[in-house]
Design a protein around this ligand. Sequence first.
Ligand code: ADP
Ligand code: MG
Length: 645
Amino acid sequence: MTKETFTFQAEVSKLLDIVAHALYSHKEIFLRELISNASDACDKLRYETLINPGLVDGSGIFQVTLRADKKARSLTISDNGIGMNRDDLVETLGTIARSGTQAFMDALTQAQGPKKKGKAKKDDDAPGAGIDLIGQFGVGFYSSFMVADRVEVTTRKAGEDKAWLWTSDGTGEFSIDEAERDGHGTDVTVFLKKDDKEFLDAPRIENIVKTYSDHISIPIVLAGDGKDAEDRTLNQASALWTREKKDIGAEDYKEFYHHVGHMYDDPWLTIHNRVEGVMAYTNLLFVPSSRPFDLFSPERKTQLKLYVKRVYITDNCDELLPGYFRFIRGVVDSEDLPLNISREMLQHNPALTKIRKALTKRVFNELKKKAEKAADEYAAFWDNFGAVMKEGLYEDFENRETLLGLARFRSTADDGLISLADYVGRMKDGQDAIYYISGDDTAALAQSPHLEGFKAKGVEVLLLTDAVDEFWIPSVATFEEKPFKSATRGGADLSEIDKPKADDDTKSDGKDSNSGDAARVEPLIAAFKVALGDKVKDVRASERLTDSPVCLVAEEGDMDMHIERLLKQHNQLDAATPRVLEVNPDHGLIGKLAEKAKQAEGIDPTVEEAAFLLFDQARIVEGETIADPLAFSRRMTAIMEKGLG
Ligand code: ADP
Ligand code: MG
């Protein structure tokens, strides 16, 4: 077979263009990425050999070797790991195989905004725009083109005879040809650009390895020149999590987190423990300080690497933490599991179940500490991951109370985040429920007419904006025996709240309850009911409005309006439930309409028009569309004309 040429996937070409032109200040990270890949490849092969020991040739000692060739101006990163065959090469080094790189591209597109038409200047794409983002995401193998004119990959997959040579200059195409290689593994040769010769110097290389790759558990050896310099191991070559805590610096942890988590932010929290006794294991867990891009992907995969006695077993062991901790990165290394454990055997493994329980508890404890001692930092954490943690409220009954304690909310009473205990501590005399309103964003929610009565009474309302809120609230139902109650559903029943104590037994002072006014609007309510027919479930006098004339609420047993909207958006619901229209007896307009309705025989045409207009208005305020916009605008025009005399 002869050489085959391929074109890069369009996204890769774009990425390479950015990478090659960006004036990125930390170009040296290309070496970190290539060493990271070499180490991953060795981990993968070591795992395969548990089942198939014959796969490994030579000494069986895994190692990464760096070889600088000043004449050729090239740096070669070699490993004796799993290697790649032709199909692997096409798949992984021609496309955006890794999801992190895809996230980088997405972030880049967002940062650049929509392309301006007609102004297709080169600097629209690069350089500049991607610079910060490269550091934030890491672009893996492709980062080698930051420093290289050309990259060659010679590789042979363990267990296969053929070797392959992948070559590219990073401008749109790559080629694959048959090659020769002794043994399995991969050599990545980076032909450096003129300006990037520095990466051939031994001290520079050593410094980069110490800075970024010291935590790599296999030796990273700088090959000698055959004359003066000898082969030299540059890193500590022991798994970071096995070292003593006191010997590990913050930078070591951070670089390890980048490598193991494929994340490029700072860890927000680092949890490193060695556990001995009935079970023996080491955990090194990281909570990121930013949201991983795939946080809400439907797979909900947890992201911990499992090792058994230092041998890598699998990348995302779902058994190690509950799904609502899927933002946590890191490793767990067990001493108890058998080394020949297959990935299939991990499911429902009793030892893992025990570890999971212990880890979950440990993470909760660390979060509690943060919540108590560093409220601001905890708030930042909650903003990132609260929406995910809340999944535990309906999934993990055992830890529900703990999760309720850790949960934070925005509310009408406070700019920051509050706990449920804060809320309950501030409840008004006579208030017997935890009120909440749910919708898409807090600013809009805070303006909602449904909250007018609550504001007037000084009753705090939680502002819920996560889709998951619609699921845990019905399942949790109460906190400290106080029921959660939607401010947009059922009767508001605010009349008992904060009544002056002395008045407790006198039925009504006419101010707190709207009963007097309510009677006055009876004829109007009757007229509205006739006019609106089955568009509404009911029409009634409102206790929750003070400024707005009307609002729509859900009947007690019905679906909350926000979740109905969510379900409709996802096409999981066709028909809407009719709502209750509440009218505000204290509102001037309602008062006048009530007069008209009282005097009319049959239905007054103005009242009828008003019924439709106010109903549509209430829908608009809700963020809903109106059924007949034409009729709405015709009515509106007529009223305005009338108003102008
Ligand atoms: P990531 O390491 O996050 O998967 P990279 O861009 O760094 O992304 O690498 C892409 C893929 O190329 C790897 O997942 C792996 O399958 C393959 N690869 C890269 N380098 C090597 C190597 N030295 N040995 C074997 N496979 C490799
Ligand atoms: Mg990589």
